[in-house]
Design a protein around this ligand. Structure first.
Ligand code: FEO
Length: 394
């Protein structure tokens, strides 16, 4: 993709990675991604905002050449992670007079991760500005979205916010702007769930810093830019601030059908009581979909069969993920079948303990479920439905 103008003197010069299917060797990317870098040409000076993943350095270099960029005065490193800063060494080789602008913490991380010499980096404080002539870049310290060194860059005269990962989406598209709102909403929610949700409370506090700023365009470093910023700001307000919904998320595994029979009965019992459910077979599911469901869920119930006395390994994986993602969930429980003995409940409760959820009476069934198991599942479904009602969840 060739450079494209966002506004006068502001160009997208990044790379679209249509084929990437995994990030961090963990996160599925069903729709690819992009590494957005932006060139801001002021009357006197030129700044490059973020770079690209090192696998696509050649694309960034070609885009800069296509625009005839002879000199870069500043390279803004909003974030040290390699998908945005990984091309910094190559760009510094090409433009040796450029100064890297970053937070103090980012300077240290760039040295640790990419061996960028400290004297190449000019640290900036919160609210500090640099002038490009007729354009002014202002730096807003915004730590923990999603690393400790992160900041946002605001271009005051054009009212453009460059927030790097924040508000981004893993979406490869030929659209410069988010015109297909349904597709972008889905990708941005997935991105929020996987990357930003663990830092929800910090984001809540930090969003205050954006109040009062005029923002015409949000240009993140993944996915399309937002020419209607209200679209993504309102979505974030919902994901970050709204109470959870009347929803149970039910990740499960079933080896011989007994846990599946328990899950099936339980899902019906919840639905009969007016509770929505999203169930995920962990042997097949896309964990991004599970993460997205967790953005809204008030309750998580794990359907766990017992293997060698404890939870199936896929369940352990999901429970650790759940604990790390820090969703808004208020209640949790475990259901499942075992053959002769089990420590499933203790192990899962221990893994989920950082979430501070109310742990409701689990239903562990020896063998295939019968009448007494169904009554216990009814009681658990009623307990969940009553709690959701009591908290006014809709
Ligand atoms: Fe897109 Fe945290 O890097």
């Amino acid at each position: 993709m060739k450079p494209r103008a966002l506004k006068d003197g502001i160009y997208w010069v990044g790379a679209v990675d249509w084929d990437r299917r995994l990030f961090d060797e963990l996160i599925p990317l069903p729709d690819g991604t992009s590494y957005n870098a932006y060139l801001v040409m002021g009357g006197e000076k030129t700044a490059l905002i973020d770079t690209v993943d090192p696998t696509m350095t050649d694309v960034l270099v070609k885009n800069l050449r296509d625009l005839g960029v002879k000199r870069i005065d500043y390279i803004i490193a909003n974030h040290a992670e390699q998908d945005h800063s990984g091309s910094l060494p190559a760009i510094l080789d090409l433009y040796p007079d450029a100064k890297v602008i970053a937070t103090l913490r980012c300077r240290d991380m760039l040295a640790d991760l990419l061996m960028i010499p400290g004297d190449k980096v000019q640290p900036v404080g919160d609210g500090e500005k640099i002038s490009l002539g007729d354009k002014t870049l202002e730096f807003i310290h915004f730590p923990w979205v999603h690393w400790p060194e992160t900041m946002l860059t605001y271009l005051r005269e054009d009212a453009v916010l460059f927030p790097c990962d924040l508000f981004g989406s893993h979406l490869a598209t030929s659209d410069l702007y988010a015109v297909d709102e349904a597709a972008v909403y889905e990708a941005a929610k997935r991105y929020y769930a996987e990357i930003m949700m663990p830092f929800r409370n910090i984001i809540q506090r930090n969003l205050e810093k954006l109040k009062g700023l005029r923002i015409d365009v949000i240009a993140p470093s993944h996915g399309p830019a937002y020419h209607k910023p209200g679209f993504i700001l309102e979505a974030y307000r919902d994901w970050v601030f709204s109470p959870p919904r009347n929803l149970v998320v039910l990740p499960y595994v079933s080896m011989h059908g007994s846990t599946k029979a328990i899950v099936d009965y339980f899902v019906s019992a919840l639905v009969e009581r007016g509770v929505k459910v999203q169930q995920f077979n962990l042997s097949r599911t896309d964990i991004g979909k599970l993460a997205m469901a967790l953005v809204d869920a008030a309750t998580v119930v794990i359907g766990a069969p017992t293997v060698l006395g404890g939870p199936h390994p896929n369940i352990l994986y999901a429970a650790h993920l759940l604990s790390a993602l820090r969703p808004k969930a208020m209640f949790a429980s475990v259901i499942g079948s075992y053959g002769w003995g089990t420590t499933v409940t203790q192990q899962i409760a221990q893994i989920l303990s950082p979430l501070k959820v109310e742990f409701l009476e689990p239903v562990l069934v020896k063998g295939y479920p019968r009448e007494d198991a169904f009554r216990a599942l009814d009681r658990l479904a009623s307990a969940i439905s009553e709690r959701h009602r009591k908290h006014g969840l809709t």
